[in-house]
Design a protein around this ligand. Structure first.
Ligand SMILES: [Fe+2]
Length: 390
């Protein structure tokens, strides 16, 4: 049986006389149709939470520290400059070590963006990048979500004992931090990284690497100060993998499934996974039913066919969003859709066109009052439809 969920207070209910929320009274247009197929997920979640506690993982993994965006070898500077031009992040460091050249972008209070390219050697993500619309950029994707841990050896040993596969046989120890990351997930093609700071927090460079001089520059434009922290990323996955992907993310982090929104029109489910007190939320978008044909399936299933499962967009909290989006447009940024929403609906948001360097879309989002959702019904319909243009 279908259920309804309120976009404001997230109350789930079976029916409503006038289409409004029985708890907070919001009107019909704010209430989503909600399929009942979260049953399996809801059944598994307490088991995973219990298992995390029992094995000692609870409290071991914190908020997102950074993301690693790998690009083609010739695109490190242009991709970094794009982030500098269209986000609030600034370059704080650039270095190379044996395997990579890296540019570290930072905004106070936000997860870092580490733009990097490989200097050679193998790329474990390569098989995940070979899809009709992405094979021309075989090294390009948002690869890794790096979370902070207080005890990386403990995390590594517990997860290894559970059969989790990592890219290395042991934890990598650098001057300022220790690091380890999982192999790319067969569900999302994302990797989860763990970092334990030892020395100066936030310093990724090491004595085995050297500083490099990159031709990157933060444009001197005031409106870039309006673009704030990384609010969420949305990973697009196949319909059949939704439950497993959410559960996998819960097992590898301390995040918990929060809620799911079903949009039948676009054959799409958006599942939100959060950690109490964390700035960053993980969003997974999947189809409700598997791909049948490219013409009839919704944008999400089509996207995973064309690009493979991967992060579709990064969302940044944006102040003065009307003026900021206007300025971004004046600076040459293309958008998939106009700015949608209103203070009454609780938020405004829009999506940029995908970057040719990273394949990533930027979402600019502003919430009003205590609204803590990710879209309104009118927005999600338009936004999901807009991505069909990709
Ligand atoms: Fe989003």
């Amino acid at each position: 049986m279908s259920k309804l969920v309120c976009a404001n207070c997230m109350k789930v209910f079976d029916e409503s006389k006038d289409g409004s929320c029985p708890k907070c009274g919001l009107g019909e247009h704010q209430v989503y149709e909600f399929s009942n197929s979260d049953d399996y997920l809801r059944e598994r979640i307490p088991i995973i939470i219990e298992e995390r506690k029992r094995s000692g993982l609870d409290g071991l993994v914190g908020d997102l520290e950074g993301i690693i965006v790998n690009v083609e070898p010739g695109s490190l500077e242009s991709a970094s400059n794009e982030f500098l031009r269209y986000t609030g992040h600034s370059c704080i460091d650039a270095f190379e070590d044996r395997g990579h050249r890296s540019c570290v972008l930072r905004k106070d209070g936000s997860a870092d963006i580490i733009v990097r390219s490989r200097k050679g050697g193998g790329n474990p993500f390569l098989p995940h990048n070979r899809h009709p619309e992405s094979e021309h950029l075989p090294n390009t994707r948002l690869e890794t979500f790096v979370f902070e841990t207080k005890d990386i050896e403990k995390y590594f040993s517990i997860q290894k004992s559970k059969g989790v596969e990592f890219l290395r046989d042991d934890v990598l120890h650098k001057d300022n931090y220790s690091f380890v990351q999982t192999v790319p997930s067969r569900l999302t093609a994302n990797s989860i990284g763990l970092i334990e700071w030892k020395g100066e927090k936030g310093n990724y460079s090491s004595s085995d690497g050297q500083a490099i001089d990159l031709d990157v520059q933060k444009p001197d434009r005031d409106y870039l100060k309006n673009i704030g922290t990384l609010d969420h990323t949305a990973t697009r996955i196949k319909a059949k993998d939704r439950d497993a992907a959410v559960l996998e993310f819960m097992r590898l982090t301390n995040y918990d499934f929060n809620f799911a929104i079903y949009v039948k029109l676009f054959n799409s489910i958006t599942s939100v996974v959060r950690l109490s007190g964390a700035e960053y939320a993980a969003v997974f978008t999947s189809g409700i039913s598997p791909l049948q044909t490219l013409e009839t399936s919704g944008p999400t299933e089509k996207f995973t066919y064309n690009y493979g499962p991967r992060v579709h967009h990064m969302a940044f909290i944006t102040e003065n969003i009307d003026d900021t989006v206007t300025s971004l447009k004046e600076d040459g940024m293309g958008f998939l859709i106009e700015l949608l929403g209103s203070p009454e609906e609780g938020l405004k948001q829009t999506f940029s066109e995908p970057s040719e360097k990273t394949l990533l879309v930027n979402e600019y989002i502003h919430r009003f009052g205590d609204f803590d959702g990710f879209f309104t019904k009118s927005n999600v319909t338009n936004l999901t439809g807009a991505t069909d243009l990709q």
